[in-house]
Write a protein that binds this ligand. Structure first.
Ligand SMILES: NC(=O)c1ccc[n+]([C@@H]2O[C@H](COP(=O)([O-])OP(=O)(O)OC[C@H]3O[C@@H](n4cnc5c(N)ncnc54)[C@H](OP(=O)(O)O)[C@@H]3O)[C@@H](O)[C@H]2O)c1
Length: 285
């Protein structure tokens, strides 16, 4: 298997390896989150997993007895975040994996204020606030980690996902700035950008659009494996997918070329997203 290339500056997983890691994982009830639980647990780590759907979290606890504990939390609620931070500190968590996220596919002009607020509140505000609240615990650990799940759409502005792009661009900036601020500490900050992945986040019309455009979709297991690889090798920035790596670079160096390529795709994108935006099945209005 070929691993995604990325930028490596930080150390690899320190002595003690995975069995020494205590991970707080958000978005654990989601497609990528569940795969991450399986990946980290198989490696020997212990996890505190969170999401809003208690039944899905309980299934993960049962699947990995003794390794996984669960706590339901709505990350947009300060009280829930505070309870989670308390539990993570008690569990001695030294790694935070921010995988909770929502998307909204549709034309920007038809996006409601509520939908925009939901995107920004979870993908950005709650993620930053949770990370900040856990900082004392991470800084006190022998080795601390923040691992943010970004997206190709955190580098390439994409029609039909304008609000989501705004949050994922900001998450990439947050990851880079925090990494630089913590450069003289033992806390490493990684940012992993999956390309399109087969989870409930993508409604059938989005899968159909990706197929029509020839965009490859990864399995959640593939993403989880890449996240583990990034952590094991201290890769600070990882972009999954060969064509996506090329396009993200091209977008930085010669954005007008990507403008033209996306302009050619626009009629197809409009055809799939022109109906009012669909929330992911697990997203509450
Ligand atoms: N799927 C893709 O194509 C793709 C591509 C690139 C990047 N990503 C990123 O990868 C991450 C995981 O995505 P996914 O595909 O696994 O999505 P998913 O299957 O829809 O899962 C989303 C997760 O976020 C949690 N969540 C949503 N709202 C929440 C809230 N208010 N409070 C707490 N948790 C909340 C959900 O938990 P509950 O439903 O239990 O609340 C669920 O665990 C996201 O950051 C996403 O942006 C995904």
């Amino acid at each position: 298997m070929r691993w995604p290339r990325g930028v490596s500056r930080g150390p690899a997983l320190p002595e003690g390896g995975w069995p020494a890691q205590r991970i707080l994982l958000t978005g654990a009830s989601g497609g990528i989150g569940q795969a991450l639980v399986d990946e980290f647990a198989a490696a020997g780590a212990r996890l505190l997993v969170t999401g809003r759907r208690g039944d899905t979290l309980e299934a993960l606890v049962e699947r990995h007895p003794g390794q996984v504990t669960a706590m339901t939390a709505d990350l947009t609620r300060p009280k829930d975040r505070a309870a989670l931070i308390g539990a993570a500190a008690s569990a001695g968590c030294n790694m935070l994996v921010n995988a909770a996220g929502v998307n909204r596919v549709g034309l920007f002009e038809s996006c409601s204020d509520e939908a925009l607020e939901r995107l920004i509140t979870l993908n950005l505000t709650a993620t930053l606030q949770l990370t900040r609240a856990l900082m004392p615990t991470l800084l006190a650990a022998r080795h601390g980690w923040v691992v943010n799940l970004g997206s190709t759409f955190g580098t390439i502005g994409y029609p039909g996902q304008v609000g989501y792009c705004a949050t994922k661009f900001a998450l990439r900036g947050f990851s880079q700035a925090l990494r630089r601020e913590l450069a003289d500490t033992r806390v490493r900050v990684l940012h992993v950008s999956p390309r399109a992945t087969r989870t409930a986040m993508n409604a059938p019309k989005v899968e159909a659009m990706n197929q029509a455009l020839g965009n490859a979709m990864d399995t959640p297991a593939r993403v989880a494996s890449a996240v583990r690889h990034a952590i094991e090798h201290g890769r600070e920035e990882t972009q999954l997918g060969g064509p996506e790596r090329l396009f993200t670079r091209l977008n930085s160096l010669l954005p007008s070329l990507v403008d033209r390529a996306l302009a050619r795709q626009l009629p197809v994108i409009r055809r799939f997203v022109a109906t009012p935006g669909e929330a992911a099945p697990h997203d509450t209005p």
